[in-house]
Design a protein around this ligand. Structure first.
Ligand code: AMP
Ligand code: ZN
Ligand code: ZN
Length: 411
């Protein structure tokens, strides 16, 4: 009975990849790292809340924290997908890189941006700053990007060396194959920076809420796929030179239909010329002379946070970009903002104030550059850019990130 149990545990450890990091001595890692340029392979799991591993069964992520680093990471405001992935890529707050929401009117370009508009998503004119893949490319470092926000656009007129049009149907296993194939290329073509993406557990979190049974299943399934990923990675001769980062763009909060505010019911929306955003955060452009009236009506509602753009708290680093218009309104924790009553409400969302821990993201890292079994203090996601530049020995472009905040996690 006992030996059966041990075998099962052993199998679990092998399958989950537990030994893959602990199997090599630090000395060995350090000596292989000296040979040749390091690698960074960074995966984003959309909407993977920082504390899912404390509630769900995620042995691979747990082993990654033991072999390397874990941090509760602070997303940028607003805590939506596109602003945050592009903040991680550029090290800039959304105000500074220009992807200020998932959907917005760019008054500077006189055009709309939306994550469901292919033409806009692929148009470099919307994207400011310098994403990591361009910093690498400009300095002669091969790079490959699978579906990271911004990688489909001609930012500064350039694409990553390898990039693909977004295809949500591409199975997780096929994405693992892509990463493995790239890392198996001859040295001259092999990318040293890889960024890849998966759209879960965000979708499950929206439908079932962060504590939903199906969200748990998805988080645990992702962990199993990560086990498969590390099994494949371990077979590569360069495994010991690769720095793996697994992160996410934001967390997820429970919402209920009952805690909803309907904009058209509390406000005469004919005073607005633009309403950008989606539950629970909106940017409003107000018609001439109506600013104070709109502001005071919204301010009266006890479940909303409302800011004119001269009074947004500095810590949000938001509201100066012309694309954010006149007023930002975000629901209070657990509350929703909709234009009017709806058919379906969902059970989870994100986009709230980034001070709320339910919005915080994961950051795991392991490899030759990182300390082992190290719990890093929470840091803002804009500091990933200088971290990766440091590891890959790249000269960083100007960013909002602060290398001193992430330096403690490095060896
Ligand atoms: P949201 O939860 O509204 O902030 O957005 C998350 C969704 O963005 C995911 O479920 C994906 O469907 C979508 N998404 C992520 N990357 C891309 C992309 N490159 N192009 C189009 N849609 C994307
Ligand atoms: Zn997201
Ligand atoms: Zn989402």
């Amino acid at each position: 009975m006992k030996s059966k149990l041990f075998f099962r545990l052993f199998t679990v450890l092998i399958v989950t990849g537990y030994f893959f990091f602990t199997g090599c001595s630090p000395k060995h890692i350090a000596s292989t790292a000296k040979h040749g340029r390091p690698y960074v392979v960074m995966l984003s799991l959309d909407g993977f809340r920082w504390d899912y591993p404390a509630h769900y069964n995620t042995p691979v992520l747990d082993s990654l924290a033991k072999a390397g680093v874990f941090a509760e990471m602070i997303p940028s405001f607003p805590t939506k997908t596109f602003p945050n992935h592009y903040s991680i890529a550029t090290g800039l707050y959304p105000d500074h890189h220009g992807i200020v929401l998932n959907r917005f009117y760019a008054s500077d370009l006189h055009r709309k941006y939306s994550i469901s508009d292919r033409k806009a998503v692929e148009d470099g004119a919307f994207y400011g700053g310098e994403p990591l893949w361009l910093t690498a490319k400009k300095q002669g470092i091969n790079n490959a990007v699978l579906f990271w926000v911004g990688s489909e656009a001609d930012v500064q007129g350039m694409h990553p060396d390898k990039w693909y049009t977004y295809d949500q149907q591409l199975p997780f296993e096929s994405r693992i194959d892509s990463v493995k194939t790239w890392l198996s290329l001859p040295p001259a073509q092999r990318p040293h920076l890889i960024m890849w993406y998966y759209h879960e557990p965000d979708g499950s979190g929206h439908r079932y809420g962060p504590h939903g049974e199906k969200t748990r299943e998805m988080a645990e399934q992702l962990d199993k796929w990560l086990g498969q990923f590390f099994t494949e990675m371990r077979k590569l001769p360069e495994f010991n030179q690769i720095n793996f980062i697994i992160t996410s763009d934001h967390g997820m909060a429970t919402i209920t239909k009952e805690k909803s505010v309907f904009l058209t019911e509390i406000l005469d929306t004919s005073m607005l010329s633009i309403i950008d955003g989606g539950n629970p955060v909106f940017n409003l452009k107000v018609k001439k002379d109506k600013l104070d009236e709109v502001y005071s009506v919204l301010k009266e509602n006890p479940h909303l946070k409302v800011w004119k753009h001269d009074s947004l708290p500095q810590r949000l680093h938001y509201g100066h970009n012309i694309r954010t218009h006149d007023i930002t309104v975000a629901a209070d924790t657990g509350w929703s903002i909709h234009l009017s009553p709806k058919k379906h409400y969902g059970n989870g969302t994100h986009g709230y104030d980034n001070a709320w821990r339910a919005m915080h993201a994961i950051f795991y890292a392991a490899g030759p550059a990182f300390k082992e079994n190290y719990r890093q203090q929470p840091f803002e996601n804009v500091s990933i850019y200088p971290l990766i530049c440091h590891i890959l020995n790249l000269k960083p472009a100007k960013t909002d990130g602060d290398f001193s905040k992430v330096k403690p996690m490095l060896k």
